[in-house]
Design a protein around this ligand. Structure first.
Ligand SMILES: *[C@@H]1O[C@H](CO)[C@@H](O)[C@H](O)[C@H]1NC(C)=O
Ligand SMILES: *[C@@H]1O[C@H](CO)[C@@H](O)[C@H](O)[C@H]1NC(C)=O
Length: 248
């Protein structure tokens, strides 16, 4: 009988422990980040503040080349979002602003326009553009991973609230991938068919290349090779051995 009661108590305790442990996984920003996000904070240390963010009532900073601002409320800003698979943000677009072409790999996005007249669009993988001019109250959805953009077409600033299907959505901006990366100018020129001088001008605009960081100016025509890391024969041997070991 005592054994049975102990067993039931044990079941009850382990069940209730598991139930509370599974309710949430608040981000512990002190612990390393894994592929599934932050590690869970000790539930005993979780407070209501872990589930609260304030500040989306004020505009994001729009002082940049494209005159748009983005205020994310991701798991970094709101630890209680960790592992929940969604997040929210505020976007502000000044008059004349463009949100440059970008994508969120694997993540879909929904936007509610609250103020202004903004054109939103995405480009499907068969290169069709789905674009429309929106007024406040309208909602636009971008399917996962597709390139998309926004243009403020109005005479005043616009603001929108966005939702993402990830608590930590990644972003890849086309301009930055091309002109803020350390990809060799010659490769960018040959793959975009842009003139090499234009590529270098854009690298200057976006502060691209390791070369620029090191030398304070863009690489001369023939210096692009400097950007490609050299692999010593030793490293190559080790790499090949690893590969062989892996496949055997
Ligand atoms: C807005 O961003 C710019 C550029 O990063 C910065 O210089 C400025 O201090 C920021 N303004 C505010 C109010 O944070
Ligand atoms: C913006 O202002 C211009 C010039 O006053 C006007 O022609 C245009 O229709 C306005 N656009 C909108 C969207 O209000």
């Amino acid at each position: 009988m005592i054994a049975l009661i102990s067993f039931i108590l044990f079941l009850f305790c382990s069940f209730s422990f598991q139930a509370s442990a599974l309710d949430f996984c608040v981000a512990d920003k002190a612990l390393p980040v894994g592929p599934n996000g932050f590690s869970c904070k000790d539930p005993k240390k979780v407070t209501v503040d872990d589930f609260v963010f304030s500040g989306l009532d004020t505009p994001a900073n729009t002082t940049n080349l494209f005159k748009f601002g983005f205020k994310p409320v991701f798991d970094t800003q709101l630890p209680g979002l960790n592992s929940l698979g969604f997040s929210i943000a505020r976007v502000d677009v000044e008059k004349g602003s463009v949100v440059p072409i970008h994508s969120h790999p694997g993540v879909s996005e929904i936007t509610l326009l609250l103020e202004g007249q903004v054109s939103f669009g995405f480009i499907s993988s068969d290169n069709t553009v789905y674009q429309k001019s929106f007024v406040k109250g309208e909602v636009f959805v971008v399917p996962p991973g597709l390139l998309h953009f926004a243009i403020n077409e109005g005479n005043s600033s616009g603001s929108a609230v966005q939702g993402f299907s990830s608590s930590s959505p990644p972003v890849q901006v086309l301009d930055l991938a091309l002109f803020q990366s350390n990809l060799a100018s010659s490769v960018i020129a040959s793959s975009t068919l842009l003139n090499i001088d234009e590529v270098k001008r854009l690298k200057g605009v976006f502060k691209g290349t390791e070369y620029m960081a090191k030398h304070g100016h863009d690489a001369p025509d023939d210096a692009d090779v400097v950007l490609i890391p050299t692999v010593s024969n030793n490293c190559l041997d080790m790499f090949l051995k690893d590969q062989l070991a892996y496949h055997s």
